[in-house]
Design a protein around this ligand. Structure first.
Ligand code: 5GP
Length: 193
């Protein structure tokens, strides 16, 4: 009887999906459309030391914290994973993810590759999905088109993009974000089946 109870609990635990992709690849738009159509899936809200961009809201896009607060959370082992990216720190709170999974909900983490591999080491059944640009030229074009950053920041992001593309070979699935509808469909086949 007790064993059945445990098995039942295990069965109802949610699944963890990680989505990565270089800056400018259109992850945000893809995820927004996907989540609007699939509101039963949760999106994890990360903690970051990056300053909010215009329009970003604390507790919605990120939990924006100081470097000191972030370091305190690292010391207290509160993160399932964390990484430095482009001079800022980003992390996923473990309790947030575990609570969601224990409620039987599937959760998506939109994080960079170093964090993704930290989680895959701890949670073998995490599913890693990488969003690819149609081409490197297109990626550079999209990055420049944002008009939100100076040349040095763009070069930095491009450098990171090449490194991240290299990591994509170790992901479980790769989706080319050429056509939005198609890309959303592929994501649904992976996550909603
Ligand atoms: P942005 O500053 O453009 O919002 O994000 C920069 C990068 O940080 C993106 O690749 C994004 O996926 C990643 N990122 C966002 N949240 C987290 C997180 O909690 N952990 C890690 N490792 N990366 C994150």
């Amino acid at each position: 009887m007790y064993n059945f109870y445990i098995m039942d609990k295990e069965k109802t635990k949610g699944k963890l999906y990680i989505i990565s992709g270089c800056s400018g690849v259109g992850k945000g738009t893809l995820l927004n459309v996907f989540l609007q159509r699939n509101p039963q899936i949760e999106l994890s809200i990360s903690v970051t030391t990056r300053k909010p961009r215009s329009g970003e809201v604390d507790g919605v896009n990120y939990f924006f914290v100081s470097k000191e607060e972030f370091e305190k959370s690292v010391k207290n082992n509160e993160f399932l994973e964390w990484a430095e990216f482009n001079g800022n720190f980003y992390g996923t709170k473990e309790t947030y993810v575990e609570k969601t999974l224990n409620r039987g909900k599937n959760i998506i983490l939109e994080i960079e590759t170093r964090g993704a591999f930290q989680i895959k080491k701890k949670k073998k059944d995490a599913v890693l999905i990488f969003i690819l640009p149609p081409s490197i030229e297109e990626l550079e074009h999209r990055l420049r088109g944002r008009n939100t950053e100076d040349e040095a920041a763009i070069q930095n992001r491009l450098h990171e993009a090449y490194r991240e593309l290299e990591c994509s070979k170790d992901y479980d699935y790769k989706i080319v974000n050429d056509n939005l509808e198609q890309a959303v469909g592929e994501l649904e086949r992976i996550i909603c089946n």
